[in-house]
Write a protein that binds this ligand. Structure first.
Ligand code: COA
Length: 165
C-alpha cells in the first residue's frame, strides 16, 4: 500500500488544495493531509479548527485522513511509513521556495521522495491569503472553497472584525 502525506498550513483548505488531494489519490492508496506550522505565519483558524474544516471538505473522498503535526516534516517522514510527500506547484514563483524546502527536507530525511503536482489552471492563482482577502471584503468566494468552508471563513472574519471594534 502506497502512502503519501500532503503537508501545508491549510488556513483554510481551498478547492486548489482539494484538486491536489484528488490528483494524489490517482497514484497513492492513502493520503494523510498534514497540518503543519510555518514558523512565521499567523493563522485565522487554530490547527484543530483547520482539521475540522479539512474533514468537512474531504468527507466524500475516500482514503484520506488529517493529522496535526507540530514538528519538522522530515521528522514525520523519519518516524512514519511514508512513501512520498506531496506538494502543489502553482507557478514558477513557487519553484524556488519549493526547491529550497525540498532540498533541505531531503538533507534531513535522505530517503524522502517529494512529488509536485500542478493544480487545475482554475486554481493556479489561488492561495489561502488571497481567499481571505476576498472574503474580508465580502467578495464571492464560491468558486474557490466548498460552501461550508466559505461560510465558516466569512463567520470567522466577521467575528474578528467585531472583536476589533
Ligand atoms: N491551491 C491553493 N492554494 C495553494 C495551493 C493550491 N494547490 N498550494 C499552495 N497554496 C497556497 C497556500 O494556500 C498558501 O497560501 P498562503 O501563503 O496565502 O497561506 C501558500 O500557497 C503556501 O502553501 P502551504 O502549502 O500551506 O505552504 P506553507 O509555505 O504555508 O507551509 C509547510 C509549508 C507547512 C509545509 C512548511 O512550513 C513546513 O514544512 N513546516 C513544518 C516545519 C518544517 O519541516 N519546515 C521545513 C524545513 S526545510
Amino acid at each position: 500500500m502506497k502512502r503519501a502525506i500532503y503537508p501545508g498550513t491549510f488556513d483554510p483548505i481551498t478547492n486548489g488544495h482539494l484538486d491536489i488531494v484528488k490528483r494524489s489519490l490517482k497514484i497513492f492508496d492513502h493520503l494523510t493531509i498534514l497540518i503543519a506550522e510555518h514558523h512565521d505565519k499567523e493563522t485565522l483558524f487554530t490547527p484543530e479548527e483547520r482539521k475540522e474544516l479539512i474533514q468537512i471538505a474531504t468527507a466524500d473522498i475516500e482514503n484520506v485522513d488529517v493529522e496535526i503535526w507540530e514538528g519538522l516534516i522530515a521528522e514525520y517522514v523519519n518516524t512514519h511509513q511514508v512513501d512520498a510527500v506531496i506538494r502543489g506547484m502553482r507557478a514558477l514563483s513557487d519553484f524556488e521556495y519549493e526547491f529550497q524546502m525540498g532540498m533541505m527536507n531531503r538533507k534531513l530525511s535522505p530517503n524522502i521522495e517529494i512529488i509536485y503536482f500542478f493544480p487545475d489552471e482554475k486554481y493556479v492563482f489561488l492561495s489561502s491569503s488571497i481567499l481571505k482577502e476576498i472574503a474580508f471584503f465580502d467578495g464571492n468566494i464560491s468558486d474557490f472553497v466548498p460552501e461550508e468552508i466559505g461560510k465558516r471563513l466569512k463567520k470567522r472574519i466577521n467575528e474578528k472584525l467585531r472583536d476589533s471594534g
